[in-house]
Design a protein around this ligand. Structure first.
Ligand SMILES: NC(=O)c1ccc[n+]([C@@H]2O[C@H](COP(=O)([O-])OP(=O)(O)OC[C@H]3O[C@@H](n4cnc5c(N)ncnc54)[C@H](OP(=O)(O)O)[C@@H]3O)[C@@H](O)[C@H]2O)c1
Length: 304
């Protein structure tokens, strides 16, 4: 597995990490033993960065169980405080997360999203204090734009932002990516498969079960769903010509940008993990990126 440095002076982390939202049950109920096997398969195959959050239902507790037997020591463990960011909320949340994960400290603690109800000065001061106390080795934010990152960074320098970034969601390319590069902030790209749109396995008439977040997402219903899947079909042809899968193409395409430190992919079983790992080696020949770009222009028109 290739590695990249997190931020300007952070540790080296693998270019592909495991996103632990699905193992919390947010994309449909999963068997507990499958979850444990998925986490361990990821770590065994080099995807040693694991990302979870306070808000990911049972994810932290399941991860805690998977990280027994020496797995904790082999991974870079990231979690987030979600929704409420007063000093009290953050201090309370990290204790709960440490307890659920059954660890003394995490490697990266992130503010899950920007919430104007809470002064960023107080939130970042608290995050910096947790770092000083050794409850987290590094701090970061998630879903912050450039202006928000600037305000947060002025209070306490941090190592990572975790934005949504995939072939269908490219908003960060306009400004936020450049800000991260100039400031020395690493990017952990979330939702890299568009939550399943970029896997090639769904037909437009697919109905997601009620306990899967996609059952309520407009992108996974009707005409909109069909239009995204039609673009994914074209991308799948490019992948097939390269002898890789669409999933691997979608991950490797994100890594074409040096600003992306790590792609956080959600997985539900060890087979999916195996496929993700294969993406780390994929390279693009002359003209391939341009061809993909032309296809993606169509996705842009869906968004407008
Ligand atoms: N900071 C934030 O606000 C935020 C938001 C979202 C996500 N995240 C992080 O980013 C991570 C990744 O995002 P995500 O899990 O939401 O979505 P994702 O990685 O885009 O998609 C994950 C889903 O795609 C399907 N899939 C994965 N690998 C596959 C494979 N090899 N073949 C076929 N299907 C495959 C699985 O669902 P099915 O098999 O059921 O299709 C899986 O649950 C999260 O787990 C979380 O850690 C953060």
């Amino acid at each position: 597995m290739n590695h990249r440095q997190l931020g300007k002076d952070g540790p080296d982390v693998p270019v592909i990490g495991l996103g632990a939202w699905p193992i919390g049950g947010g994309m449909g109920d999963l068997d507990h033993s499958d979850c444990i096997a998925t986490v361990r398969a990821a770590i065994d195959s080099g995807m040693t960065l694991l990302d979870t959050a306070q808000a990911y239902r049972t994810s932290e507790a399941t991860l805690g169980r998977a990280l027994k037997d020496g797995y904790r020591e082999r991974c870079f463990l990231a979690t987030k405080v979600s929704r409420q960011y007063s000093r009290k909320d953050i201090e309370h949340a990290i204790e709960n997360s440490l307890r659920a994960l059954d660890v003394d400290c995490v490697d990266l603690y992130q503010i899950h999203s920007w919430n104007p109800q809470y002064p960023i000065e107080e939130s970042m001061e608290t995050m910096a204090r947790l770092q000083e106390q050794g409850k987290t080795r590094f701090i970061g934010v998630s879903n912050f734009n450039a202006a928000q990152m600037q305000q947060a960074y002025d209070m306490a320098p941090f190592h990572a932002n975790q934005p949504r970034y995939n072939m269908f969601d490219r908003a960060i390319e306009a400004e936020d990516m450049g800000f991260c590069k100039r400031t020395g902030i690493g990017i952990l790209a979330h939702s890299p498969l568009g939550k399943g749109l970029l896997t090639g396995k769904y037909a437009p008439d697919h109905v997601f079960p009620e306990d899967d977040e996609r059952a309520r997402s407009p992108r996974f219903q009707g005409e909109l769903f069909a239009r995204y899947l039609a673009v994914a079909d074209q991308l799948q042809s490019v992948a097939a010509e390269k002898n890789i899968t669409l999933v691997q193409l979608a991950i490797a395409w994100l890594l074409r940008r040096e600003e992306v430190t790590c792609v956080l992919v959600g997985a539900k079983n060890p087979d999916q993990v195996k496929e993700h790992v294969g993406a780390a080696e994929v390279e693009f020949a002359d003209g391939e990126l341009e061809r993909i770009e032309n296809i993606l222009q169509e996705a842009e028109s869906i968004r407008r």
